[in-house]
Design a protein around this ligand. Structure first.
Ligand code: UDP
Ligand code: MG
Length: 330
């Protein structure tokens, strides 16, 4: 029987554990009956500070492993750790907070299983109505930037909620980017992928871990690892400002020489200084972002570190302390 891996990264999701465990019991049966698939669950603990690991270990049914990372590495890296750990022929990634509806997951699996020509099916969030106009505009601008004249297109509002065949998983594992932007990497990898729309459920417990600030920093990650367009735009703007400056200078010289016009120095100086200074600083910051990505890659550190792997076959409990070994008397 083929193996189906479900990868679930989590960070402090203890309150969602009961619902999640019940859900696993349900889907294990469905996968077996409908698709003749065996289920293995690979949970990745992304540095939880609550007792989520213990909760999962105590209530998860079936075959599972919990990869406990040594600290919080961020969801993108946690997903990577799960991909490395899983063995499935088909691999699905899902959140631990039950926001990803099972009927959508089932739909994705059926479509992938039914079509030999498909390599992956991914879910696209269809809840744009709930977003503010400002946020929607920012999101559009972001995708326009990273997709501008690229050979691959990063779809808007698609996340990690997807099901893939083994070759796609292997491809994702070959991409060793340390500063990871998964949405871009799935698109970069290519393959035959299909999108289906869905509306996420409400979060049952806890709060989203993505603040506007962390979304902004992920966007910077996305842009700096996929697009040089901002650099080109700034260089272009710099050149434009430079040419305008030269033209303005020529105009002043012309007016002074031929018309004897008195040129007030202060305002024109201030304009020149602030425009050039502003552009200079902005470009320096932008350059820094790109260099920082380069530095992270050259350091060649591992993407993540594992503290421990818990398995459904373990006999001991997760919170067991190692028993002191009695010294033999000489
Ligand atoms: N998550 C994680 N590491 C993090 C942040 C989040 O593993 O640093 C997990 C989180 O526990 C959840 C999933 O990633 O299972 C999605 O997070 P969240 O629900 O906060 O994001 P949202 O649904 O709001 O996009
Ligand atoms: Mg969520």
């Amino acid at each position: 029987m083929a193996l189906f891996s479900l990868i679930v990264p989590f960070l402090n999701e203890r309150d969602n554990v009961p619902a999640f465990s019940a859900f696993i019991t349900k889907i294990a049966g469905e996968l077996r009956e409908k698709f003749a698939l065996d289920l293995e669950v690979v949970l990745v603990d992304d540095g939880s500070t609550d007792d989520s690991v213990l909760q999962y270990a105590q209530s998860m049914p079936g075959t599972w492993r919990i990869v406990e990372l040594s600290r919080n590495f961020g969801k993108e890296v946690a997903v990577f750790a799960g991909l490395e750990e899983c063995r499935g022929d088909l691999v699905m990634i899902m959140d631990a907070d039950m926001q990803h509806p099972w009927h959508v997951a089932l739909d994705m699996i059926s479509q992938l299983v039914a079509d030999d020509n498909l390599d992956a099916v991914y879910a696209v969030r269809d809840d744009r109505m709930q977003e503010s106009m400002k946020k929607a505009a920012a999101v559009h601008l972001f995708y326009w930037l990273i997709n501008f004249r690229q050979r691959f297109i990063v779809p808007e509002n698609a996340g990690d909620f997807r099901v893939m065949r083994r070759p796609v998983v292997e491809a994702m594992l070959k991409i060793r980017d340390r500063r990871r932007f998964n949405k871009g990497l799935y698109a970069w990898a290519g393959f035959r992928q299909k999108a289906i729309g869905y509306v996420p459920d409400e979060r049952q417990h806890g709060a989203t871990k993505w603040s506007n600030l962390s979304l902004l920093s992920l966007s910077v990650e996305g842009i700096t690892s996929f697009s040089a367009l901002p650099l080109r735009l700034v260089s272009f703007a710099g050149a434009l400002v430079g040419f305008c400056g030269i033209a303005y200078g020529l105009k002043i010289i012309f007016e002074v020489l031929f018309y004897g016009v008195y040129v007030p120095g202060y305002p024109s100086l201030m304009v020149a200084v602030s425009v050039l200074g502003g552009f200079n600083l902005a470009l320096l910051g932008l350059l820094g972002e790109y260099i920082w990505v380069g530095i992270a890659e050259t350091k060649n550190r591992p993407l993540y570190l594992v503290r421990r792997i818990h398995k459904s076959t373990d006999v001991h409990q997760v919170n067991d302390q190692p028993q002191p070994v009695e010294k033999e008397q000489p």
